[in-house]
Ligand binder design. Structure first.
Ligand SMILES: [Zn+2]
Ligand SMILES: [Zn+2]
Length: 126
């Protein structure tokens, strides 16, 4: 009975704390920092581009009007924002199609700097 009440108590707790914990556990820091360097566009704003794929290689669905699309700079492959984010949490750092690094080559130095800053912050908070 006590256990049962405790469970209910947990269920009615505000959710944002849980969400935050889930997020930081499932997303490697390197993936979070890499995302800051990636461009997100609405598909309808870029669909005149001739080199654009019609569908996302992660979920195999076609891109549609308001879909948020991540365009990789190194290899020009494109994916849904959510699909690539999930991919990056599982397989760090390379394009699902061609294995080119997701992080733009030109941003490597800046990326290392930011990763250091984030790692230092993490150490301080523990
Ligand atoms: Zn997708
Ligand atoms: Zn690629």
């Amino acid at each position: 009975m006590v256990l049962f009440l405790f469970r209910i108590f947990n269920l009615v707790q505000p959710q944002h704390h849980h969400d935050h914990q889930k997020l930081s556990r499932s997303s490697p820091v390197s993936a979070m920092v890499t995302r800051e360097f990636l461009v997100v566009r609405n598909f309808k704003d870029i669909n005149e581009r001739k080199d654009l794929q019609e569908s996302c290689a992660v979920c195999l669905n076609e891109f549609e009007g308001d879909d948020k699309i991540r365009c990789l700079i190194n290899c020009t492959h494109t994916f849904h924002q959510g699909c690539l984010d999930r991919w990056m949490d599982l397989v760090q750092g390379t394009c699902p199609i061609c294995r080119t690094p997701i992080l733009p080559y030109a941003c490597q130095d800046e990326y290392n700097k930011r990763l250091n800053v984030v790692n230092n912050l993490h150490m301080k908070s523990y």
